[in-house]
Design a protein around this ligand. Structure first.
Ligand SMILES: Cc1cc2nc3c(=O)[nH]c(=O)nc-3n(C[C@H](O)[C@H](O)[C@H](O)COP(=O)(O)OP(=O)(O)OC[C@H]3O[C@@H](n4cnc5c(N)ncnc54)[C@H](O)[C@@H]3O)c2cc1C
Length: 397
């Protein structure tokens, strides 16, 4: 059953200057999982989170088997949280459908419920979390990281885990060169008509349309999550209107859009995110400052078609914690290991993402799914974290 979690405590007494051993910026999946692993090992981090209370995030909310493995290690019970089960993929393209089994049973759970459950777990293990604190800038040198947390004060941290997700922080911005960033991501939750909810049970539906694709699946409480990415110019052609875009997609792909017939949107308007740097991978530099670790989307951004971003974020949290415990504050080895663990998946997902957006690529994906479902499964397997990478991250000193 889904839970509504009350806001956690507000920023404690403000200070102008303080020193900390480890500060984690961002309490999403990457930051919170790292804090959780470290707290279990007796190392207390200070976690700073911009949002003062639980919030929805733009995400397909599809939990791969690797993400489930990490969450189980953190002690999260997805059944208890009400996650749906998903074992098939259904592709919609120009009014036709093709179906293939997934290589594992995936789960669907809203980020609001998932991220809060993880934060609660982290706090129960003794980590210190300050909510409603936005880090404005970071200044890093050989000895420490100086964190400007606005009215919360300035913090001197020996080690900093930067896990601010899609949001860059001044002084530590990601270079976007080489990544796709002309896409807009949208997400909206719906209460479907009963007949459509039954048709969606156990399935993730991908709807391919001109210059974009959408994913539709059930999450907790029988709610459906529609998450789509679309080229910015296509959205502009739709008059920058969500309703017009959905109508146009329905015209292009009636079978997919059928699912939303008589559906009730649960919010007034969708959440959105702009300029997602799909394909970005942080490349460690020889001059990289020690004591600054990049986690989650700050380390690498996998195109969302494969639904593997959350497991990569969790992977980075486990690996960073393990690296700090084993090797201390030198971050180069961690960044190198992360880059090697995620490179293959990010590159392949980059190609798949391009194929899923344009006519010939869409046709190819559709025929692959319809005629060679087992080949489709193998392609999917190549976009996932390798077993050896998982085992390495899960092995603590
Ligand atoms: C359209 C789309 C669909 C996706 N679908 C899926 C999917 O179905 N399955 C999947 O596995 N992955 C999916 N992903 C990827 C996944 O959402 C991300 O990879 C994942 O959330 C990254 O986790 P994170 O911890 O790095 O960042 P986040 O979860 O974004 O957490 C970052 C946290 O940092 C906080 N923060 C930001 N700036 C500051 C600051 N200055 N000071 C303090 N706090 C700050 C934020 O409030 C946030 O809580 C999708 C991504 C997109 C864009």
């Amino acid at each position: 059953m889904a839970r509504s979690v009350p806001p956690l405590r507000q920023p404690a007494e403000m200070s102008l200057h303080r020193s900390e051993g480890l500060v984690i910026v961002g309490a999403g999946l990457a930051g919170a999982s790292a804090a959780c692993v470290l707290a279990r090992e007796g190392l207390s981090a200070l976690l700073l989170e911009r949002d003062p209370e639980p919030k929805h995030k733009v995400c397909g909310e599809f939990l791969s088997i690797e993400a489930q493995t990490y969450l189980a290690h953190l002690g999260l019970d997805l059944d208890h949280l009400g996650a749906s089960r998903i074992s098939r993929l259904r592709l919609h393209h120009r009014g036709k459908q093709a179906e293939a089994p997934l290589p594992f049973t995936a789960r669907g759970l809203s980020r609001r419920v998932l991220d809060e459950a993880l934060l609660e777990k982290t706090m129960s293990l003794g980590a210190r979390i300050e909510r409603g604190v936005t880090v404005r800038s970071i200044d890093t040198d050989e000895t420490a990281n100086l964190i400007d947390a606005g009215p919360f004060g300035t913090i001197r941290a020996e080690t900093l885990f930067l896990a601010s997700g899609k949001h860059d922080v001044r002084g530590a911005k990601r270079p976007m060169a080489g990544s796709i960033n002309d896409l807009i991501g949208f997400k909206l939750h719906y209460r479907l008509a009963e007949e459509q909810r039954v048709a969606l049970a156990d399935v993730i539906e991908i709807i391919l349309f001109e210059d974009g694709y959408a994913g539709l699946q059930l999450i907790e409480d029988g709610i459906a999550n529609l998450c789509l990415v679309v080229a910015q110019n296509r959205f502009e052609r739709a008059g920058k209107s969500w309703n017009s875009l959905i109508e146009e997609i329905a015209g292009e792909c009636p079978s997919g859009a059928n699912r939303l017939r008589d559906a009730l949107p649960l919010w007034d308007k969708p959440l959105s995110i702009f300029q997602i740097p799909y394909g970005f991978i942080h490349q460690p530099q020889p001059t990289e400052p020690p004591g600054l670790f990049r986690l989650g989307d700050q380390m690498g951004v996998i195109p969302s078609f494969t639904g593997e971003g959350m497991s990569m974020a969790l992977h980075s949290g486990f690996l960073a914690a393990s690296s700090l415990l084993r090797q201390g504050r030198g971050s180069t080895a961690f960044h190198k290991q992360m880059a090697s663990d995620i490179e293959r998946q990010v590159r392949l997902a980059f190609v798949l993402n391009k194929a899923a957006r344009f006519g010939p690529g869409q046709t190819m994906l559709f025929h692959l799914c319809r005629s060679w479902p087992s080949l489709m499964q193998q392609v999917a397997a190549f976009t996932r974290l390798r077993e050896a990478s998982l085992q390495r991250a899960l092995a603590l000193p």
